[in-house]
Design a protein around this ligand. Structure first.
Ligand SMILES: [Cu+2]
Length: 185
């Protein structure tokens, strides 16, 4: 009995410190607590996402780093040239503020689809912070696709998605890649 009570108190404490940490993060990179749907959300974003700090616009669609989402299927060779990474689709399309789901296929040098472990990290490189919710990676064995969800893009700007394929039997990295997306406010 008393043990149960202790556990749930501990849990409540964990949750509330998580909430405190989250709101601290939000405050650190937004000049306003104004959240969801203000039409001028982008304008309250305090940090420029590109070198162009001129007018009031903070759109990042022209940022040279971001992927051409019109291509729809986005294919990139990994940093080590071993694997090919393809973002088959995103939901919503193009990636937007809030929770997103990505479907990804990875091919080896023989063109065979890879089904090993995949590590995913989402971050805003210009702000030095990550996502507030860790994305989950599942593998759909029928479609032979990785499903990554949620990718929680909680603020507008350039988001970087890091995909890493670790070796199954050592700490070595087989290959990795980075995709960049402009999330508009
Ligand atoms: Cu940010």
């Amino acid at each position: 009995m008393s043990r149960m009570l202790f556990t749930s108190r501990g849990l409540a404490r964990t949750i509330s410190s998580f909430l405190i940490a989250s709101s601290g993060l939000l405050a650190a990179c937004s000049s306003s607590t104004d959240g969801e749907s203000g039409a001028d959300d982008g304008a309250v974003h305090s940090m420029p996402t590109t070198g162009d700090t001129a007018a009031g616009s903070v759109s990042c669609v022209a940022d040279p780093r971001v992927e051409d989402v019109e291509a729809r299927s986005l294919e990139k060779s990994g940093d080590l040239g071993v694997l090919d990474f393809v973002v088959l689709g995103t939901e919503p399309f193009p990636p937007a503020k809030g929770d997103n789901t990505f479907r990804v296929q990875i091919r080896d040098e023989q063109g065979e689809l890879v089904d090993g472990p995949l590590l995913v990290d989402a971050k805003m490189p210009d702000h030095g912070h990550g996502a507030r919710v860790a994305p989950e990676v599942t593998f759909d064995p029928d479609a032979r696709e990785y499903v990554i969800s949620p990718l929680n893009f909680f603020m507008p700007g350039v988001w970087e998605i890091d995909l890493q394929c670790p070796s199954e039997d050592s700490d070595a990295m087989i290959d990795s890649v980075q995709f960049f997306f402009c999330v508009e406010g």
